[in-house]
Design a protein around this ligand. Structure first.
Ligand SMILES: NC(=O)C1=CN([C@@H]2O[C@H](COP(=O)(O)OP(=O)(O)OC[C@H]3O[C@@H](n4cnc5c(N)ncnc54)[C@H](OP(=O)(O)O)[C@@H]3O)[C@@H](O)[C@H]2O)C=CC1
Ligand SMILES: CC(C)(CO)C(=O)C(=O)O
Length: 338
């Protein structure tokens, strides 16, 4: 496995890309990070530091050749991981298309439902694979990326990707290949329905989830989605310690039950926040249209509506223009009127 090392290219290296790439680098893989000049300049002054909630810690000097701003290195890759936000997927595919060799797996490690399909459309000759990242990564300081919650990577079954699996194993990020990736993606989306709630709350995930009114908002959005998935005949899968259908029940439970059960099934460290909160902080458009917006689209395709998720989409778009924290009480009241 070690000779020669797998050549991995990360396209759109921000939080997820730098973390996953950094873990693969620590395992001896040859990793090239492709991203923007802004992030490249961070690594001129700082090493890439990766840590996790279990105490893993590593540092790598990247310099200008390790973190680049042009797509050419994708031409030498055995594996490409795409880690841009959803709004940048099409551009990522169009940029990579002329470089990536035929057959090389191009794995979308993105939230939402439609990113892999959009990537495939932008690079029709490529071997695009849908992937799923269950855990949270936050840039805690320039160049320092921290995994704050648990879970393992998943991707759609793909024969070429199999040879890369030992590298993920060695990196401490096992990658499971699945035949039911649509169900995996929707089940992850059910968890991501918390992203706007967390971004609107303005507080870390642990603090937000410790307040029942925020959890009730999340439970409303999840119940609405589960009903639509049932109607559409899309089964869900268990990604946490609890069957997916029971997650809204846990969310709606009183604090004393939630705290006890969640302690046993969730590892979230106190600094973890949603990627949507990070987008708001950075003044970037959020992914709400690719998360709650997908529920609204699903409802329309079934000839019905998804008022709770629709309202969360509207609130997030307002928040992008005029950010202000929402108290749990006022958010619940607003959503109940939706
Ligand atoms: N962060 C998290 O905890 C988790 C995130 N995810 C998902 O993973 C995906 C990636 O998220 P995350 O890592 O947080 O996102 P980030 O915004 O941190 O990283 C994406 C990076 O890609 C860069 N980029 C965008 N377009 C291009 C381009 N055309 N060429 C080169 N670089 C580009 C961005 O630069 P710039 O911003 O300067 O344009 C940014 O640095 C999302 O779909 C997210 O929902 C999934 C699980 C957890
Ligand atoms: C891991 C999780 C669910 C954390 O909120 C996430 O996917 C995100 O932040 O986008």
């Amino acid at each position: 496995m070690n000779n020669p090392p797998i050549r991995v290219v990360i396209f759109g290296a921000g939080s997820i890309g730098c973390y996953v790439g950094g873990r693969l680098l620590s395992a001896g893989a040859s990793v090239t990070f492709i991203g923007r000049a802004r992030m490249q300049s961070v690594f001129r002054d700082n090493p890439l530091k990766i840590t996790d909630y279990e105490g893993f810690s590593a540092e790598h000097g990247l310099g200008d050749s390790g973190y680049v701003v042009s797509p050419e290195p994708a031409g030498d890759a055995d594996l490409v991981l795409v880690t841009v936000k959803s709004a940048a997927t099409r551009e990522a595919g169009e940029t990579l298309a002329p470089h990536v060799k035929p057959g090389v797996p191009v794995v979308s490690l993105q939230n939402g439902i439609s990113n892999a399909a959009e990537l495939q459309q932008a690079m029709p000759d490529a071997n695009v694979v849908a992937g799923m990242v269950p855990f949270n990564v936050l840039q805690q300081a320039p160049g320092h990326f921290h995994q704050g919650t648990e879970g393992h990577l998943m991707a759609a079954e793909n024969s070429v990707l199999e040879s890369a699996l030992p590298w993920f194993e060695k990196a401490g990020l096992p990658l499971e290949l699945r035949t039911d990736i649509e169900s995996v993606m929707w089940s992850k989306l059910l968890l991501n329905l918390n992203n706007p709630v967390n971004a609107l709350s303005g507080v870390p995930l642990l603090e937000e989830l410790s307040q029942r009114d925020y959890r009730l908002v999340l439970a409303m959005a999840q119940r609405e989605t589960l009903k639509l998935l049932k109607q559409a005949g899309i089964p869900t899968v268990k990604l946490t310690g609890l069957p997916t259908g029971l997650i809204p029940v846990l969310m709606a439970s009183p604090d004393w039950i939630f705290t006890r059960v969640a302690k046993q099934m969730l590892t979230i460290d106190p600094v973890a926040r949603s990627s949507m909160w990070e987008d708001l902080q950075a003044g970037r458009p959020t992914e709400v249209d690719w998360i709650n917006g997908e529920v609204v689209k699903l409802a329309r395709s079934l000839g019905t509506e998804a008022p709770v998720n629709q309202k969360l989409v509207e609130l997030m778009h307002q928040q992008e223009k005029d950010p202000r924290p929402w108290s749990a009480e006022s958010l619940l009241k607003t959503l109940k009127q939706a």
